[in-house]
Design a protein around this ligand. Structure first.
Ligand SMILES: Nc1ncnc2c1ncn2[C@@H]1O[C@H](COP(=O)(O)OP(=O)(O)O)[C@@H](O)[C@H]1O
Ligand SMILES: [Mg+2]
Length: 536
């Protein structure tokens, strides 16, 4: 008996292999059991018959889903008490209904999603299959429809899709990419944004470890290695690593990445299965931070400079007041002395010649010189204190420098040389200011070479600038007074007033130029003034 059964099964299996039609069996299924099953399966089942598509059977689930008993209704006329819409929300035309296609066209329809609106207004998303029914002669006599309520699962899927989309967008906006890495398979899954951050085309898997490491800036690899080793060998789900590093993209651009990584899964033996992380492109943030830091540093310097300028300004105001007083108090008697001197000179000149007359004349010349000298001190003082209003004109330095220098008396033991670049562009300057600047610098240079030397005055053009250089081979400036030489009243000379360079600096500043110097004791000094060249 048993062997007979096996034989039958074997034969059936052979038949099956031959025809490749799946076996079905209905032994023992009487009508009652069939009905029982139909009433209890989770899907809704309805049968409708031709010619009017009258619903002749609806199981319990079908009644539940309809919200009414559709039995006896004519499907196309009463539409079984429901309205059917497509998933895009459009009302289904009769010919588009799965039921219609099975009943009228004899088509088998599998798993079509439709929206079913019940009489009570409730909407369900249903998954519908429909199949024509035939009689023994093969004639179509009706259709069976099976449908399931998939509202919840579709909504969950939609919500999942939406949240995935939101995550993608959030990653895109924040330039954050995420990944998981399966250690045993050496495979990583990368989010789209992560591919974008690394400038790679999105693919099913992320790059291999070797490919990934190749993208990291060589100077950062060692450091990341160390952090990762620590993380990988921690053997703990609580372990985390966080660091910044640079990557070099295909186009050669360098981006700074912030990374947060953690152990995501360990197996029973505490071996690593999965690690996960996020990578954020923080290049712009880093740049802004660096800029802010440098602004802060610049600001500090600026504050220091302004404080110094303020102190200088206070000093200047004091000097200005004093200069005004001195100017007023000394100028008047000085004028009187100069007047008297002139008269005396006239009188002496017209007196008969004698050795006494000659001596007096010499004395008077010497007194005149000293009066001029006092006058100059007062002028410098007053100049230094008054506000400067330069009158700018386009100046050709090659032409103007020799003219201005011809007014300075250069001792015989000093060789003066002028060098001027050909095609020097013109600069906007105040001519009197320029004269005073050059006369002061040249005077200092001459005074620094009491035993003779070489004086060179050059004018050069470079990029957007024009510079004037005054060079001497004199005694040079000692290091300890270098920081102070532009301060008023700073002098190392017995008869100096220490206003020359202070005035020069003020004049250069007022013309929008800059002045710098280089000097070596015993070798000489170079002053360089730079102006922006006139815009074409
Ligand atoms: N070309 C130079 N060589 C050496 N020292 C210089 C030169 N120019 C300026 N100095 C130094 O700078 C000081 C200040 O110069 P300045 O302001 O012109 O005042 P003064 O000429 O009245 O001393 C000078 O006393 C000198 O010590
Ligand atoms: Mg001087």
């Amino acid at each position: 008996m048993e062997s007979k059964q096996r034989n039958m099964e074997d034969n059936a299996e052979k038949d099956n292999v031959k025809s490749s039609v799946p076996l079905s069996c209905d032994s023992g299924l009487d009508k009652k059991r069939l009905k029982d099953i139909l009433e209890n399966i989770p899907s809704a089942v309805m049968v409708m018959e031709k010619p009017d598509a009258v619903i002749t059977y609806a199981n319990k689930r079908a009644v539940d889903l309809h919200g009414l008993n559709p039995c006896g209704m004519k499907f196309f006329e009463d539409t079984a008490g429901v309205k059917i819409y497509k998933r895009d929300g459009r009302l289904c035309q009769t010919e588009e209904l799965c039921t219609y296609k099975a009943l009228r066209n004899g088509e088998t329809i599998l798993n079509v999603q439709e929206i079913m609106e019940r009489q009570d207004g409730k909407r369900l998303i249903v998954n519908v299959s429909a199949k024509p029914l035939h009689n023994d002669n093969g004639e179509s006599i009706g259709a069976v429809i099976i449908f399931d309520d998939v509202t919840e699962s579709v909504k969950t899927q939609d919500a999942l899709k939406e949240s995935e989309e939101r995550l993608k967008n959030a990653q895109k906006i924040a330039h954050v990419g995420s990944w998981v890495y399966y250690t045993k398979e050496d495979k990583a899954l990368w989010s789209d944004e992560l591919f974008r951050i690394f400038g790679l085309k999105p693919a099913q898997f992320g790059p291999t470890t070797t490919e990934y490491v190749a993208l990291i800036h060589p100077d950062d690899r060692e450091r990341i290695n160390k952090s990762m080793e620590k993380l990988l060998f921690s053997g703990s789900l609580a372990a985390e690593a966080s660091f910044d590093y640079r990557i070099i993209k295909d186009d050669g651009s360098i981006r700074t990445i912030h990374s947060e990584r953690r152990i995501a899964e360990l197996d029973e033996e505490n071996k690593l299965v999965k690690i996960a992380g996020i990578e954020q492109d923080i290049t712009e943030r880093k740049q802004i931070e660096e800029k802010l830091e440098s602004y802060a540093r610049d600001l500090e310097k600026l504050v220091e400079k302004r404080t110094r300028q303020l102190k200088d300004a206070e000093r200047l105001a004091a000097i200005g007041q004093t200069a005004g007083m001195i100017g007023h108090d000394i100028r008047n008697p000085l004028q009187a002395i100069a007047g008297e001197l002139y008269l005396m000179q006239q009188e002496v000149d017209s007196s008969p010649d004698s050795t006494c007359k000659k001596a007096v004349q010499e004395s008077l010349v010497s007194i005149q010189e000293q009066v001029d000298y006092i006058n100059k001190i007062i002028s410098d003082l007053q100049d230094y204190a008054k506000t400067l209003n330069p009158e700018l004109v386009a100046v050709d330095l090659c032409e103007v420098i020799p003219q201005l220098l011809s007014t300075v008396k250069i001792p015989n033991n000093i060789k003066a040389v002028e060098q001027c670049d050909k095609n020097l562009p013109s600069v906007r300057l105040d001519l009197t200011f320029l004269k005073r600047i050059l006369v002061n610098l040249v005077t200092n240079a001459i005074q620094a070479m009491p035993n003779g030397g070489k004086l060179t005055i050059e004018a050069h053009a470079k990029k957007g600038h024009v510079s004037i250089i005054v060079n001497d081979t004199g005694m040079g400036i000692p290091d300890e007074i270098k920081p102070k030489i532009f301060q008023p009243l700073m002098t190392t000379k017995a008869k100096g007033q220490g206003f020359g360079l202070a005035v020069v600096k003020r004049l250069v500043d007022s013309l929008g130029g800059t002045i710098t110097f280089k000097s070596k004791v015993g070798q000489g000094t170079q002053f360089k003034i730079t102006f922006a060249k006139e815009k074409e």
